[in-house]
Design a protein around this ligand. Structure first.
Ligand code: FAD
Ligand code: SF4
Length: 521
């Protein structure tokens, strides 16, 4: 059997009927997976460290294992190439895999097996609560797909957060309105730091390897402390449920400079590597609510992310691929600004979000959606470029979850298949949700002029550029009406400044007679 780097679960379907005396396991570290998009050092290190720990566990359980190390001289550095080497060496009667999460990888393995003439048995991935077929049935005949209805269906089917009558606990399916708090002026106080997992010798070896082999890739490994085994992932889950879930809901959307984790779980990577099962994560959150340790709005908000959004985006991905990745509904044509790879910009919110992303391989959802994603959307960055960035930079990034979130939710490049409206806002939103604007030379309230916040300028420019399309969307009516009220002079001023930002590669132009922007200097 062939196990992929994001399938690190010894109970996956590919292991069903495994006979130690007859069957073997293959795993391969390949540079291609870090190079087809530019993978940051934390992302690559997490995958390799988790794979090596999983392999150690398989060996300890007496499994016959073919493990291709990254720096083996014969390593072909592609998954297809390594499957081929394995098949030629072991000459198996067939190869068994759990269905890959990514379309590209599935094709690569199918093509390789087909070319070699070896039967490939692809077994369903039981990790997810909703199979591709179930999602297709849910989608069939619906004019519009919306996460909320899908989520309700799964809540009922899996009996999650229901009362004795089978109705939603607390009489409501969704408590999103209670989950939009921001911090008082002094900022968050006493947020319990997440449990850290300092590198053991196996992980330290991976860190040295990644620093050497991928020296040119962005990112830093000095602070690497991610859980890399199932045992550690379970500890991280317990730590989150006890210490941070109680406030997760209230501050889910809040941001604060130099506070990368706040009340977030940091569990996405462990889930996506399959070190954790979503059922146990959901059950732990529900149990904490039932024990009276967590408010309903917080537990529901957290469960909705996993049972709702995570399953929903996977459903959309497999329903729509491969065409999904090709869309560009808003005709975006700008290049990704260079500061996305350095954090070198005067815009404080972007500098914070990108800086911590490169340092830690992490930013929380609102930073991804309403800072880095929002800027790319408003600027009009080509969807493929911004998707490749998101796929490369986060430790939890795998395409089945990254692509719908970026292409659909964040960039609206699917024209509204995933989200009912573009997630757009001006700098005022960022000011409300955090403190970045206090340390920024721009003013979120201004839309034109030297001090205008580039988000605010580009927000109004976005409304003007897409006026016709947005006018057809009732959820955008208010914003469209506000844009329609701009005087011709105001429109011209917004458009001139937006044009100058684009002409400057996405960097706000320097003030009249001033120095070049920080990122260019
Ligand atoms: P928490 O805030 O603690 O949330 C709990 C869990 O819910 C997460 O661990 C995750 O498993 C799940 N979750 C939350 N939101 C989503 C969502 N929108 N889609 C799917 N699952 C969700 N998530 C990834 O796992 N991989 C990605 O590559 C990825 N790319 C993203 C790109 C963009 C542009 C955006 C807007 C979001 C992306 N997300 C991605 C979703 C979300 O931002 C991350 O799951 C979350 O920030 C991870 O941090 P956390 O574990 O602390 O999550
Ligand atoms: Fe970001 Fe604008 Fe606030 Fe500066 S003023 S931090 S660019 S939102």
């Amino acid at each position: 059997m062939f196990v992929l780097g994001d399938q690190l679960n010894g109970d996956a379907s590919a292991f069903d009927g495994f006979e130690a005396a007859r069957d073997g396991v293959g795993l391969a570290e390949v540079a291609g997976e870090s190079e087809h998009i530019m993978s940051t050092k934390p992302r690559t290190a997490l995958f390799l460290a988790a794979m090596r720990h999983f392999a150690a566990d398989l060996r300890a359980r007496g499994r016959m294992l073919d493990y291709a190390l990254l720096d083996e001289p014969d390593n072909t550095q592609t998954l297809g190439g390594e499957l081929e080497r394995l098949v030629r060496r072991r000459r198996p009667a067939k190869v068994i895999i759990t269905e890959p999460g990514d379309y590209r990888v599935r094709r690569e393995l199918e093509d390789t097996a087909g070319r070699l003439g070896v039967p490939l048995e692809i077994r369903p991935d039981r990790h997810f609560l909703c199979s591709g077929e179930e999602f297709a049935r849910h989608a069939a005949g619906r004019k519009q797909l919306r996460m909320e209805y899908f989520y309700r269906e799964l809540r009922r089917r899996h009996r999650v957060l229901l009362d004795a009558a089978g109705e939603p606990e607390g009489g409501q399916w969704n408590f999103d309105h209670d989950n939009r708090g921001s911090f008082a002026r002094g900022g968050p106080e006493g947020v319990p730091a997440p449990l850290a997992f300092p590198p053991d010798p196996l992980t330290a070896g991976v860190i040295a390897l990644v620093n050497r082999r991928f020296a040119q890739h962005p990112g830093d490994l000095a602070a690497f402390d991610w859980p890399v085994t199932r045992g550690q992932a379970l500890e991280a889950l317990r730590d989150f449920i006890v210490h941070r879930l109680p406030e997760f809901g209230r501050f889910q959307d809040a941001m604060w400079t130099n506070e990368p984790w706040l009340y977030h779980s940091r569990l996405a990577a462990a889930l996506n590597l399959k070190l954790l099962d979503p059922r146990e994560v959901i059950a732990a959150a529900e149990a904490a609510y039932r024990a009276g340790n967590v408010p309903l709005a917080g537990a529901e908000g957290f469960i909705r992310q996993i049972l709702g959004w995570r399953e929903y985006v996977r459903g959309i991905y497999w329903l729509q691929m491969p065409d999904y990745a090709e869309g560009n509904a808003l005709g975006a044509k700008e290049a990704l600004p260079a500061f996305y790879w350095t954090g070198g910009t005067e815009m404080a919110c972007l500098r914070d979000a990108i800086g911590q992303t490169l340092r830690l391989g992490y930013a929380h959802h609102i930073q991804r959606l309403m800072v880095t994603g929002l800027y790319a959307l408003l600027l009009g960055v080509r969807p493929k470029e911004i998707c490749a960035w998101y796929l490369g930079v986060y430790v939890d990034a795998v395409e089945w979850v990254e692509l719908p979130n970026t292409h659909g939710m964040s960039q609206y490049a699917d024209g509204g298949l995933l989200a009912s409206k573009p997630y757009i806002a001006s700098g005022a939103y960022i000011e409300r949700m955090g403190n970045a604007c206090r340390g920024c030379r721009f003013d979120p309230a201004q839309r034109d002029g030297d001090a205008a916040c580039p988000f605010t300028t580009l927000y109004w420019d976005f409304l003007l550029r897409h006026e016709r399309r947005l006018a057809a969307n009732p959820r955008m009516a208010l914003q469209v009406k506000n844009a329609a009220r701009l005087s011709p002079q105001d429109r011209a001023a917004v458009q001139a400044r937006a044009g100058a930002i684009r002409a400057n590669g996405g960097f706000p132009p320097p003030p009249e007679g001033g120095q070049l922007g920080f990122g260019l200097g």
